[in-house]
Design a protein around this ligand. Structure first.
Ligand code: MG
Ligand code: ZN
Length: 214
């Protein structure tokens, strides 16, 4: 019987992630790993960011999904260079997948590469993709208790984006509690409150991203 320690696989991933980061640095590219539950509004936020970053940063996108290309088609419709990864069952992206996908993009022609991860708050926390910034999304419809229940993903993120804030009057979401929990888990991470379809709060997030370009 052959036993492979998960620790070793993660170490290999970390080395590849460092190589990805070096590639992104050489291209003077800000790499963003966007994580959040299925339906938290990652692609809709991305659409709003395309608009908000127009003329400021040229975007390229890697879409990670278990199957299909619905999100990549939404990016293509906006004229954004995009590569779709189908993980065929795997519930997260890893650095190897990103290295392969990046070869399908002209990195020198972009200022910001957004990687939309598979919708998942659990194991996406364990895989460095070589990003500079990890953005975690939480929609108000998911509930304010998710930070306490899935601390690793929030602790390792550089900013929290609370989405669907237009629905706050209709749901039981305690904003103070969510913000306080994020302060505790990641004291330096800003919290953005957005309604992406109305472009509310998105300019602030765009400004923050522009400042982070290497
Ligand atoms: Mg999506
Ligand atoms: Zn996974």
């Amino acid at each position: 019987m052959k036993i492979i320690a998960a620790k070793k696989i993660l170490k290999a991933n970390d080395q590849l992630a460092e190589a990805n980061r070096a590639t992104f640095n050489a291209a003077r590219l800000l790499a963003v790993n966007m994580v959040g539950s299925p339906g938290s509004g990652k692609t809709t936020l991305l659409e709003a960011l395309v608009n908000a970053l127009q003329g400021r940063m040229r975007l390229a996108v890697i879409e990670g999904d278990i199957a299909g290309s619905i999100d990549a088609e939404r990016m293509e419709a906006l004229g954004v260079p995009v590569v779709q990864i189908n993980t065929e069952g795997a519930c997260h992206l890893d650095a190897t997948m990103i290295a392969a996908a990046a070869q399908g993009l002209e990195l020198a022609a972009a200022d910001c590469l957004v990687i939309e991860n598979v919708g998942n708050l659990v194991c996406t926390a364990g895989f460095d993709l070589g990003e500079h910034v990890r953005l975690v999304l939480l929609s108000v419809t998911e509930g304010d208790d998710k930070l306490v229940k899935y601390p690793a993903i929030f602790r390792g993120s550089h900013a929290l984006v609370i989405t669907k804030c237009d629905l706050l009057p209709h749901v039981n979401f305690n904003m103070e509690r969510a913000v306080a929990d994020m302060r505790r888990l990641a004291p330096d991470a800003p919290v953005f409150q957005v309604c992406a379809p109305r472009q509310e709060g998105v300019a602030e997030l765009a400004d923050w991203l522009v400042q982070r370009r290497p």
